[in-house]
Unconditional design. Structure first.
Length: 174
């Protein structure tokens, strides 16, 4: 019997790739994301996306006080999913979120009994980590994978520590 699999692409958005909150390594994961999308489409497995979406009062929020870089403001180019990945995302569910982990993703996962979930996207130590916790919470018996070729972080030391934390909650780092 075929495993029921899901690919989650986290916050691969213009502002993180080449906009107001961008960092050099972000664009480098794009080829791997496209390869994974192709593999999941070919095997007829599910794919979903998350988008970080903030309002104009972002700097007044708790997150904005700690990360004072307005980004992914609703309705702006920066909030859109980047390039060809963005074009592909139009065929799949996209869960907008106003914080690190996605409540809508959690609700979606409760309705689907996935055997295996792979996460990729941006930023490893923030939204990828938070959404891996969301997946583990919604699907405690699913095999959860963070594909290290499909994630990146502006701080490589923190990224390595994040991988350790994820292993600690039984997430495979591939």
């Amino acid at each position: 019997m075929k495993k029921k699999r899901l690919l989650i692409i986290v916050d691969f958005q213009n502002d993180f790739v080449d906009g107001s909150y961008s960092f050099l390594e972000a664009i480098n994961i794009k080829p791997h994301l496209l390869k994974l999308i192709d593999e999941f489409e070919h095997s007829q497995d599910d794919i979903v996306f998350t988008r970080d979406i903030h309002q104009s009062d972002y700097l007044l929020t708790e997150e904005g006080k700690h990360k004072p870089f307005p980004h992914c403001l609703e309705g702006t180019f920066g909030a859109e999913i980047y390039g060809k990945v963005g074009e592909i995302s139009k065929k799949y569910p996209v869960f907008d979120k106003d914080t690190y982990g996605s409540r809508k993703l959690y609700e979606y996962l409760l309705k689907h009994n996935y055997d295996e979930v792979t996460l990729v996207g941006l930023i490893t130590s923030i939204c990828v980590l938070a959404n891996a916790v969301v997946v583990k919470t919604a699907l405690p018996n699913a095999h959860v994978i963070v594909d290290s070729l499909g994630v990146t972080d502006p701080d490589k030391e923190i990224e390595m520590k994040t991988f350790d934390v994820l292993r600690g909650i039984d997430v495979e780092i591939k």
